[in-house]
Ligand binder design. Structure first.
Ligand code: HEM
Length: 489
C-alpha cells in the first residue's frame, strides 16, 4: 500500500490488500460492477482498491454517493488524467478531460444553453411542442418503415444497427442541421463501430492505470484510437462547412450557435475565462458523442427486454392503444397517461444499469468521507450498478418488475421511487442531456411499441448478458418484428 500520512482524527481507507505492480487487478476482473459490488459488502460504502500502482476509491450506497457528489460536490467534481481520455475529442473533451475548473464550468454552461435552444425550444410547426419532439417523431416513423423493409427482405433485423442511425439522426439534426440515410456508409461506419469506445473508457480498464500495458499491442486500443480519429475528422469537416457558410442572422443549429458565441466573445472585453475557439466549437463533438451512444444503447436494451417479457410488451401495447389510440403518433404530452411505459423505462435503467459506473471522478482537494481520509487527485469510481441493485433499497433487486414504480392499482407512477434509480450521475458532473434522453427514450419506445411487435427468432435463445464498458451493450443479435394490425386484440 502506498504510504500516505493520515491527518489526525481521520482513518485510513479499508480495502483488499494489493499485489505488487498489478494491485487488485485480478480481483476486479472483467466485470468490475459485480466484483466491486461484492467488495462493498465486505468493506462498506467507501473503500480503496489499487489498479496497478494507482489507488482508486470506490463509492457505493445511495447515501454515501449523495454525500460525496452533492453535499461535498466541489471536492469530487474533477476528472482523473487517464491515459485513454487524451484521445477523446483531441484531449479537449468537456466530459472526459481534466480541465481547469473555470474553463470546464464555462463550457458546461454553454453546452447546456445550446441544448436548451435547439431541443427544448418551440418547433416550427404547432403540431409539436418542441424541436426535439419533431425530430424524434419523424425519425421514429422512418425507423418503423426501415424495420418493415428489412423484415420483408431479410426476415429478421439487428436492433442496435438500425436504432443507432435513427438516434444519431436526432442529435445530428440538433447539432449539425442534417440527417443521414439508413444506408449512409460514412455515418454507419462511425456509429456502428462504437463498442470499442465504451470498452476502453469503462471504469477500471487496466491500460489506463498501468503504463506498461500501453506498450503492448492491443487490437482494442488501436480501434479505440482509430474511432476517435474518425469521429474527430467527421465532426471537423462539418464544423469547417459551418464556418464557411456561417451567417450571424441565421443560426441554423448548435454548431452555428457555438461559432456565434466565439464571435461575440471576441467583442466582449469583460469575458474573464480564457477559452479557445477550438474548445468552444469542440463542445459539439461531446454532445454528438454523448447523444447517440447512450440513447441507442438504452433503446436497444428496451427492445431486448420487450422480447424477454412478452406479457409486459402486450400490456404496454394495450396502454398505448387505450390512451393514445392507433391513429396518430404518440407525443410527449401523452406521458402522464402512460404510467406503465414510464415505469418500464425506469425499470430498464435500474435493472440493466447499462452505465454501471459514472465517468470516473477525481478529488479536487484533500477531503474525507465517513471519517476516512482521501487525498487530492484521487481517482473515484461511483458504482451506479450497486445503488440500483442494493437490497437495502430495492425489494428483490434482480427481478425485472416495472410494477415496483407504480401505485397498487397500477394507474399512477410513484415518482419518489423513481428518483432512487441512478443512471445519470448526481451533482456537479450530472449528465446535462438527462431531460433530452428521458424524452427521447420515451417517445421512440412509444412509437415502436404502438406499431410493431418484437419477438425472438424461433429456436434462438435471447442472450441478455451485458458486455462490460462505459455503456454496457448486449451482444449483437437478430430479432423479428411484425406490424401490428389495427383490428388485433
Ligand atoms: C455525463 C448518463 C444521454 C451529455 C453523463 C454521466 C452519466 C450520463 C452517468 C456521467 C456523470 C458523472 O460523471 O458523474 C447518460 C445516460 C444517457 C445520457 C444514461 C441516456 C440514456 C446524454 C445525452 C447528452 C449527454 C443525450 C447530450 C446531448 C452528457 C455530457 C456529460 C454527460 C456532456 C458530461 C458532463 C460533465 O462531465 O460535466 N451522462 N447520459 N448525455 N452526459 Fe449523459
Amino acid at each position: 500500500r502506498l504510504h500516505i500520512d493520515i491527518p489526525a482524527g481521520l482513518r485510513r481507507l479499508p480495502g483488499p490488500k494489493p499485489l505488487p505492480i498489478i494491485g487488485n487487478v485480478l480481483e476486479v476482473g472483467s466485470r468490475p460492477y459485480l466484483s466491486l459490488t461484492a467488495m462493498s459488502k465486505r468493506y462498506g460504502p467507501v473503500f480503496q482498491i489499487q489498479i496497478g500502482m494507482r489507488p482508486v476509491v470506490v463509492l457505493s450506497g445511495s447515501e454515501m454517493v449523495r454525500q460525496a457528489l452533492i453535499k461535498q460536490g466541489e471536492d469530487f467534481a474533477g476528472r482523473p488524467d487517464l491515459y485513454s481520455f487524451q484521445f477523446i475529442n483531441d484531449g479537449k473533451s468537456l466530459a472526459f478531460s481534466t480541465d481547469q475548473a473555470g474553463v470546464w464550468r464555462a463550457r458546461r454552461k454553454l453546452a447546456m444553453s445550446a441544448l436548451r435552444s435547439f431541443a427544448i425550444v418551440e418547433g416550427t410547426t404547432p403540431e409539436y411542442s418542441c424541436v426535439l419532439e419533431e425530430h424524434i417523431c419523424k425519425e421514429g416513423e422512418y425507423l418503423v418503415k426501415q424495420l418493415k423493409i428489412v423484415m420483408e427482405t431479410d426476415g429478421s433485423f439487428d436492433p442496435f444497427r438500425h436504432i443507432v442511425v435513427s438516434v444519431a439522426n436526432v442529435i445530428c439534426g440538433m447539432c449539425f442541421g442534417r440527417r443521414y440515410s439508413h444506408d449512409d456508409q460514412e455515418l454507419l461506419s462511425l456509429v456502428n463501430l462504437s463498442d470499442e469506445f465504451g470498452q476502453v473508457v469503462g471504469s477500471g480498464n487496466p491500460a489506463d492505470f498501468m503504463p506498461i500495458l500501453r506498450f503492448l499491442p492491443s487490437a482494442t486500443m488501436k480501434k479505440f484510437v482509430d474511432i476517435n480519429d474518425r469521429f474527430n475528422n467527421f465532426v471537423q469537416k462539418i464544423v469547417s462547412e459551418h464556418y464557411a457558410t456561417f451567417n450571424k442572422d441565421n443560426i441554423r443549429d448548435i454548431t452555428d450557435s457555438l461559432i456565434d458565441h466565439c464571435e461575440d466573445r471576441k467583442l466582449d472585453e469583460n469575458s474573464n475565462v480564457q477559452m479557445s475557439d477550438e474548445k468552444i466549437v469542440g463542445i459539439v463533438n461531446d454532445l454528438f458523442g454523448a447523444g447517440f451512444d447512450t440513447i441507442s444503447t438504452a433503446l436497444s436494451w428496451s427492445v431486448m427486454y420487450l422480447v424477454a417479457y412478452p406479457e409486459i410488451q402486450e400490456r404496454l401495447y394495450h396502454e398505448l392503444k387505450d390512451k393514445v389510440g392507433l391513429d396518430r403518433t404518440p407525443l410527449l404530452s401523452d406521458k402522464p397517461n402512460l404510467p406503465l411505459l414510464d415505469a418500464f423505462i425506469l425499470e430498464l435503467f435500474r435493472h440493466s444499469s447499462f452505465l454501471p459506473f459514472t465517468i470516473p471522478h477525481c478529488t479536487t482537494k484533500d477531503t474525507s468521507l465517513d471519517g476516512y481520509f482521501i487525498p487530492k487527485d484521487t481517482c473515484v469510481f461511483i458504482n451506479q450498478w450497486q445503488v440500483n441493485h442494493d437490497p437495502e433499497l430495492w425489494k428483490d433487486p434482480s427481478s425485472f418488475s416495472p410494477e415496483r414504480f407504480l401505485s397498487a392499482d397500477g394507474t399512477e407512477l410513484n415518482k419518489l421511487e423513481g428518483e432512487k434509480v441512478m443512471a445519470f450521475g448526481l451533482g456537479k458532473r450530472r449528465c446535462i442531456g438527462e431531460v433530452i434522453a428521458r424524452n427521447e427514450v420515451f417517445l421512440f419506445l412509444a412509437i415502436l411499441i404502438q406499431r410493431l411487435r418484437f419477438r425472438a427468432l424461433p429456436g434462438e435463445p435471447l442472450d441478455m448478458t451485458p458486455e462490460y464498458g462505459l455503456t454496457m451493450k448486449h451482444k449483437r443479435c437478430q430479432l423479428k418484428a411484425t406490424v401490428r394490425q389495427r383490428n388485433e386484440e
